[in-house]
Design a protein around this ligand. Structure first.
Ligand SMILES: N[C@@H](CCC(=O)N[C@@H](CS)C(=O)NCC(=O)O)C(=O)O
Length: 196
């Protein structure tokens, strides 16, 4: 089994941390999507990471499909069995991934446009969405203990990404969110290995 990934990709970090936690062993294949690598595109026409390829050669994307695959393979290590609790975890994951979508839209707007074509109102709109999401997270952090779930990994991946790309721009007024990674790391010491 292998996972095409990049250390800066939050969705890749989410699935790689979750795979580690659930006990799935997969080779991590460092991938630069900008170069349109043929081995990635052969598995995923969208050319996006993460993409998981099983030992039988079956490709699985996107990150949430991979999370559900890992969950099935490990008999429920990532999502609660109880339907209501599962929905809560899936919502937390959707919120964290959605904030990453906004942050990535900002990064790509700047990266893939010449300076005169960068549209600041689009950036502002994405940042507003991200900020509303971060406020909601700050006020509703998940209980964090020895038993982790998909939402914890999505949150951990988001906070690592925002710290890399928007360092110092997001912590003000969100002290609980700012301190959450230290708590998470106590229960998932491997978090240190997912630093860029
Ligand atoms: N919804 C997808 C998003 C994946 C995604 O956008 N990955 C980025 C890296 S963080 C990527 O592959 N970008 C390259 C591209 O879009 O060409 C998921 O959850 O896996």
């Amino acid at each position: 089994m292998k996972i095409f990934y990049s250390p800066t990709s939050p969705y890749s970090n989410k699935v790689r941390m979750a795979a580690r936690y659930a006990g799935i062993s997969a080779e991590s294949v460092l991938t630069d999507t900008n170069g349109n690598p043929q081995d990635l595109i052969a598995s995923n026409p969208l050319g996006k990471i993460p993409t998981l390829v099983t030992s039988e050669g079956k490709a699985i994307y996107d990150s949430r499909a991979i999370m559900h695959f890992i969950d099935r393979e490990t008999k429920g290590k990532l999502y609660p069995r109880n339907a209501e609790k599962r929905t809560d975890v899936e919502m937390l994951e959707a919120l964290c991934d959605g904030i990453c979508d906004c942050l990535l839209a900002i990064v790509y707007e700047k990266r893939f446009h010449p300076p005169e074509k960068i549209h600041q109102p689009w950036i502002d709109r994405q940042w507003e969405k991200a900020c509303r999401g971060l406020d909601l997270l700050n006020a509703n952090l998940p209980k964090t203990g020895a038993k982790l779930h998909a939402g914890h990994f999505a949150l951990a991946a988001l906070l690592r990404y925002i710290e890399v790309r928007f360092s110092g721009e997001w912590q003000k007024g969100r002290p609980k969110l700012k301190n959450w990674p230290q708590k998470f790391e106590k229960f998932f010491p491997d978090y240190a290995q997912f630093k860029v």
